[in-house]
Design a protein around this ligand. Structure first.
Ligand code: MN
Length: 247
């Protein structure tokens, strides 16, 4: 019996029923990391999550918003002492966002420096078309610190996955990335003790509607099939991974 679920990357504040969803996750014991795309969203997310048992909130500046919101870095720094989880942060070198790539690198570098100095942070990191750069920066700024990194929606090769594992990274996997069979090889190779589940809702869909944290159940099934694991065992393994990550 699966009793508790993990959605380690979801944008709860982008749903129209944000507050309902917060209580739903808490009642259903879904350990949810609600990520923010701008530090302006921090106070409300922080207040709502703090009143629950199963939610965590992450302080972010989304790489896709950096071109308009780089000036919010000072606000991000202001909230940093309150935040244990950081995200969504990272790099996006896809065609739509490549123009801001240099600025994204500057912001991400400063975020990593700040995390290294503060210590004890857990980051959820975006790495679209930028895996080698992201991994290099993690190695440069975080390797000998007590910060931990979860690579969200990771689409690197199995070899890049191995590099990330050696750097101590975890991986939060969603059902959208498993639609691409190329990524099944990656999942096969990843050590099961580094895997978490996520939805990245509302940016992913299930049955024609935005995914909700509970939908990680479907992802658990897919991962267990790919790795040849029993579903209940995988589910408890992922809960253990979360505890280990947060220890
Ligand atoms: Mn996201």
């Amino acid at each position: 019996m699966i009793e508790e679920l993990v959605d380690f990357h979801c944008h709860l504040d982008l749903y129209t029923d944000f507050e309902t969803l917060v209580s739903e996750c808490d009642q259903k014991k879904i350990h949810t990391l609600t990520v923010t795309t701008t530090p302006r969203a921090w106070p409300r997310n922080f207040d709502l999550a703090s009143a629950t048992q199963h939610l965590r909130v992450a302080l972010g500046i989304h790489p896709q918003l950096v071109s308009e919101r780089a000036n919010e870095l000072s606000l991000w720094k202001e909230y940093l002492p309150q935040a244990r989880y950081i995200g969504e942060v990272g790099l996006d070198a896809g065609p739509k966002f490549y123009k801001s790539f240099d600025l994204q690198k500057q912001i991400f570098e400063e975020i990593l420096r700040q995390c290294a100095t503060s210590g004890g942070k857990i980051l959820t990191v975006h790495s679209v078309r930028a895996v080698p750069t992201v991994l290099n920066m993690i190695e440069t700024y975080l390797l000998h610190t007590d910060c931990k990194v979860v690579l969200h929606w990771f689409t690197g090769s199995p070899k890049e996955g191995k590099t990330a594992v050696d750097l101590g990274c975890y991986f939060s996997v969603n059902s959208e990335m498993l639609k691409n069979h190329r990524h099944h090889n990656l999942i096969k190779e990843l050590p099961v003790n580094r895997i978490l589940t996520e939805t990245d809702g509302p940016f992913t869909q299930i049955n024609g509607r935005p995914s909700r944290p509970e939908d990680v159940k479907a992802t658990l099934k897919e991962i267990s099939a790919i790795k040849g694991f029993n579903l209940d065992q995988l589910s408890s393994q992922i809960l253990c991974n979360l505890k280990e990550l947060e220890s």
